[in-house]
Ligand binder design. Structure first.
Ligand code: NDP
Length: 245
């Protein structure tokens, strides 16, 4: 129970990696606030978090909506009084070859993956500064480092997250706020379930550990970065990809 009494905000936790992270942090003692946009998934996640014995506040909020995020954070602060941990996980893909990529596919991905991270971090940072404590973990991706055909928008957003993370770390270290990123490789979720069998086989050949990752693989890394054991680590990227990069 290394996070007992702490409060964590996890974005995009209705399913997939975000849900695994939220559940993991709850099992370690943290109360959870989480966002997503689909009510049925939100209810399911909330019930599973409450079953761990922790408090949970579920918010149907789009991270790209700055006004809604601000009001969500105010409500969360009223209920819990603080936010110790922020995990910026919400993200989408709108894949297409660059020549065929529509302006809206570029904008949607940048607005949710990168501007969403700005909105949420901006809305909680003042309270972290006041408390002189904060642990921020941003979910980037291996493709932010390698690039990927068909993912110019997504790779650009994920590479942007790395600069964002390092700059926040250097600005706010003096306030005892750490900011790190986790870069998953290919993880089995709805996001990768759309890949063809052929593409998955090709990917597996590039992964030395011979399997796709799980949400729990990522949750373990996040849990380390928000723990006391990682209190001298900031501005870094932890790669969790089975050795593919
Ligand atoms: P999923 O598509 O399985 O889940 C995404 C979650 O984010 C859902 O709960 C979704 O809920 C929520 N979400 C999406 N857009 C928004 C939004 N605008 N506002 C609030 N919530 C939102 O994705 P994964 O779990 O696979 O991915 C999670 C993160 O990990 C993403 O940032 C992704 O880029 C990153 N990642 C994933 C990899 C993988 O292989 N799966 C690899 C590398 C990185 P709803 O639709 O209800 O809004």
């Amino acid at each position: 129970m290394k996070l007992e009494g702490q409060v964590a905000l996890v974005t995009g936790a209705g399913r997939g990696i975000g849900k695994a992270i939220a559940l993991h942090l709850a099992r370690e003692g943290a109360h959870i606030i989480f966002t997503n946009r689909t009510p049925e998934q939100a209810d399911q996640t909330r019930q599973e978090i409450e079953a761990t014995g922790r408090e949970c506040m579920s918010c149907l909020v789009d991270v790209s909506d700055a006004t809604a995020i601000k009001s969500m954070t105010e409500q969360a602060m009223e209920r819990f009084g603080k936010i110790d941990i922020l995990v910026n996980n919400a993200g989408i893909t709108r894949d297409n070859l660059f020549l065929r990529m529509k302006q809206e596919d570029w904008e949607d991905v940048l607005n949710i993956n990168l501007t969403g991270m700005f909105n949420v971090t901006h809305s909680v940072i003042k309270s972290m500064i006041k408390k002189r404590y904060g642990r921020i973990v941003n979910i980037t991706s291996v493709v932010g480092f390698t690039g990927n055909p068909g993912q110019v928008n997504y790779s650009a957003s994920k590479a942007g997250i790395i600069g964002f993370t390092k700059s926040i770390a250097s600005e706010l270290g003096s306030r005892n706020i750490t900011c790190n990123a986790v870069a998953p490789g290919f993880i089995k979720t709805d996001m990768t379930d759309v890949l063809s069998e052929e593409r998955t086989t090709q990917l597996l050949e590039r992964i030395p550990l011979g399997r796709l990752g799980t949400g729990d693989d990522i949750a373990q890394a996040v849990s380390f970065l928000v723990s006391e054991q990682a209190s001298y680590i900031t501005g870094t990227v932890l790669h969790v990809n089975g050795g593919m990069y």
